[in-house]
Ligand binder design. Sequence first.
Ligand code: DAH
Length: 344
Amino acid sequence: MKEQLMAIQEEALEAIKSVEDQKTLQEVKVGFLGKKGSLTAVLRGMGKLSPEERPVVGELANQVRAAITEALEEKSAQLEQEALNQKLEAETIDVTLPGRPVEMGGKHLLTRIIEDIEDLFIGMGFEVREGPEVETDYFNFEALNLPKNHPARDMQDTFYITNELLLRTHTSPVQARTMREYKGEKPVKMICPGKVYRRDTDDATHSHQFTQIEGLYVDRNVRMSDLKGVLDTFAKSMFGEDRQIRLRPSFFPFTEPSVEMDISCKMCGGEGCSVCKQSGWIEILGAGMVHPKVLEMAGYDPAIYSGFAFGMGPDRIAMLKYGISDIRHFYTNDKRFLTQYHQA
Ligand code: DAH
């Protein structure tokens, strides 16, 4: 029996050595130590041994079982370690790989232009205000000296919501709103950027929604020369120190006198080219001295107060500044266009 036990041990250790996975190892374990295993079978025969032999063989059998169990445990630990190593190897992170770039957003060109203009006017003491895009007929027209049926209303094709409510066609209603709020008691010095709407058919130079920036300065003794100085500062800061401005007579119901401001054409230096339509000048904005009626309706005494106002289009300014030929680029969200103007 001793030989039998030694043979089983040898066989078992040999078998364990060559095992390569946990499942086979389990099978080997059952094959030797299980209920029907070969060691168990030998131990069953111990009853036939003499009382002297029994403890000796018993001890040996225990040693064999212990040796096999130890070998099984060792192998199991070894297999586990190997599996772990393999997993670690498979999951290794190559820290030398270059990172995946994160796509950064950027400010829309119009937002940037508007912010630049805001900064400039804040520097000259203006505050930045906002007004509603859904406006009343009163503030959009009447308070600006455009009574019902006034022919100048045709200058601005309007999206009406009801008879009294509309989408504002310009940022000028914020003039009236601000003066009202200030109750005719203190000076007003504000700009108002925002979206405006017109019932135009979209093409390269028209968009049913675009942007404007309104300006208003009301105080004692505000003069046309103040307007000219502010506009000249604006034009030079926006388009370059070498630019000239000129004011041309024009008409707006809410200003008297009214002007349009042109800047000298940079492309041709004033000689005349296709950009300036051979005139040497490019139209930038409308402006004028606030009409006494507009002051009066908003609660300012025109005998004491005077003011200037202006209205400009950031879309047009951006187009001139960057040579953009189609206003629809601003509103169709083609990233190939937009990303060209992102700042680092
Ligand atoms: N609101 C005018 C428009 O949309 C622009 C404008 C002209 C605004 C003259 C003004 C101004 O404040 O004084 O056509």
